[in-house]
Design a protein around this ligand. Sequence first.
Ligand code: MN
Length: 247
Amino acid sequence: MPRPFRLMLRPAAAVLAAAAVLPIASAPIAAQTAASAPAPAAFTLAPLPYAPDALEPVIDATTMRIHHGKHHQAYVDNLNKAVAADPALAGLPLETLAARAGTLPAAVRNNAGGHWNHTFFWETMAPADKVGAISPQLAAAIEAQFGSLDAFKSAFRAAGTARFGSGWVWLIVGADGKLAITSTPNQDNPLMDVAEVKGTPILGNDVWEHAYYLKWQNRRADYLDGWWQVVDWDKVSARYGAATGGG
Ligand code: MN
């Protein structure tokens, strides 16, 4: 992508001063605060891949609208602002930001994670009548690693309920090619250099209260159990195939 003009200027103060007087009206995100004058938006929010009420009754339409349209949108907007504040980060993909998360400003780490995690989350789910089936390869791997699908779901629930405060619970393919369940705080994810357990996520659930509180209130375990009804196993199986170099 073309490099924005601000790369030609070095001191941050000069960037802000120059940006404040240059015409940037074509950038929608920039309209939010004229004083901070962010660069043109690099990251955008994709529409939900289904209607907001399509995952009812597991996830209610109001939660979906707020979660996607407000929470996820805020991660995108704040990521664009945070990246605009550091010219060295311009144009870097989310995966590169994740790999460097430990050395990035908190605003970049948190919002890059928030954008990646939620995009992945929407794509992990589908309406209950369109969720597909677990591939034979993934079914065999789950059985080998956890004993059975039910045992896997129990372990996933345990990891999700054990996450204190806000965070995510994941099924990943580790560097050894094996499946593992892991959990990350806040908007961290297993792609980040700071993750305790690193790997390629193939499934992930958001256990922030904003993801479930309107429908499930304090019953996070029930949300985790109900969630399986809208997990798109076709998608998860395809990710498993891609992560293991198989089909
Ligand atoms: Mn969320």
